[in-house]
Design a binder for this molecule. Structure first.
Ligand code: ATP
Length: 359
């Protein structure tokens, strides 16, 4: 096998143990060349361990990682066509911006000509929009600028794969959103494969082509962001990626209805996954509409209302079913239509948005 493979990264039956702890358990994963993939999951699920095995900082206990079609077992980190951006950036404080970015190129053997180093360094700095900052010291930069220096340093030697370990964690919300957009355009511009580790579902959904959801050392779902959000494969994914309401229900064999724990029956959802008997339904807050109390069979009392700018989030105590979260788009509401805390309202569920799982 050679680098002619169109898959940049492959995990083949990869397990990683640390003593008695199994951090990663029999993972199979294929990342196409030039894709932006996010490894998403709660703390301790094995994301960083996967990243470190791609980077060569850890070796699999079983199985193998392939990059560009080549097996990487036994290949040390510095020999891999891969660079990593760390959460803490790991910049050299005593060097200026240019020296930080050029550092890796200066270590390369055979040596690269100084003019070539200068040219590539400038090119990388321009790409991260830090042209003109060459002589600044690291402590003279903002958090966002330090992040860009770390990025420039990681792309300067044109790796095939860039690994990003929670690269935006240290930035405030506004800067993080701006950097998410920039990282995405940078990836498109460079055309190299990005692997991002994050526990922030919004970040994973907004930036990547492919989201790989992990739980306790395993991949539980992999797919494009919209598919993960709209068709979660399990309650775990529905809960972890986006907000969700869980509703206890029963689907009678041969019946065309779903009956909730409070006795209310609705038309059986299209996505019942063949479930019959006791079930749990996952329903997104935005798939519930608020109507006048008399206009719906499901009713409840508004307990809280939170303005989120473009949307309004309601907590509703639904009769016989408990607490629900309902999100309404502000555009679809005029001020007089806003339900008040304490008000009795009706709720309509979108049957096509109900995901049914066996209880
Ligand atoms: P986080 O989001 O908190 O960084 P993660 O999903 O990246 O978590 P990993 O760092 O990959 O998770 O860790 C997976 C599991 O392996 C955890 O249970 C962790 O405690 C364990 N682990 C990781 N590194 C080591 C190590 N060097 N020695 C022993 N156990 C380890």
């Amino acid at each position: 096998m050679t680098s002619a493979s169109t898959n940049d990264i492959e995990f083949r039956s990869v397990t990683k143990r640390y003593g008695s702890v199994t951090a990663v358990s029999d993972i199979n994963l294929t990342v196409p060349r030039g894709a932006f993939v996010a490894l998403l999951g709660p703390s301790g699920c094995g994301k960083t361990t996967c990243l470190r095995m791609i980077g060569g900082f850890e070796q699999p206990s079983e199985g193998a990682v392939y990059i560009g079609g080549d097996p990487m077992n036994g290949v040390p980190a510095y020999r891999r066509p891969v660079n990593m951006v760390f959460q803490q950036y790991a910049l050299f404080p005593h060097l200026d911006v240019e020296q930080n970015v050029a550092y890796g190129l200066k270590q390369m053997r055979p040596r690269i000509a100084p003019v070539e180093i200068a040219r590539r360094t400038q090119e990388a700095l321009e790409l991260v929009r830090l042209g003109g900052y060459d002589k600044r010291r690291i402590h003279e930069l903002s958090g966002g600028q330090q992040q860009r220096v770390a990025l420039a340093r990681a792309i300067v030697n044109k790796p095939k794969v860039l690994l990003l370990d929670e690269p935006l964690a240290a930035l405030d919300k506004k800067l993080r959103t701006a950097m998410q957009i920039e990282l995405q355009s940078l990836q498109r511009e460079l055309g190299i494969t990005f692997v991002l580790v994050t526990h922030d579902q919004e970040e994973a959904l907004s930036m990547s082509d492919l989201v790989c959801v992990m739980s306790t050392g395993r991949i539980v779902q992999i797919g494009p962001p919209q598919e993960i959000y709209d068709r979660p494969a399990s309650l775990f994914v529905a809960d972890f990626v986006g907000k969700t309401n869980r509703i206890a229900a029963t689907i009678e064999p041969d019946a065309s209805a779903i009956r909730f724990a409070n006795g209310v029956s609705l038309q059986k959802p299209s996505r019942a996954n063949g479930t019959v008997g006791p079930a749990l339904v996952a329903l997104r807050p935005e798939a519930i509409s608020i109507v006048r109390a008399g206009d719906a069979t499901l009713q409840g009392i508004v307990t809280h209302r939170i303005f989120l700018g473009s949307s309004v989030e309601y907590s509703v105590e639904v009769d016989g079913l408990g607490d629900f979260l309902v999100t309404a788009d502000r555009r679809s509401l005029d001020e007089s239509a806003l339900a008040e805390p304490g008000e009795r309202i009706g709720l309509v569920f979108d049957p096509n948005a109900m995901h049914v799982f066996p209880a």
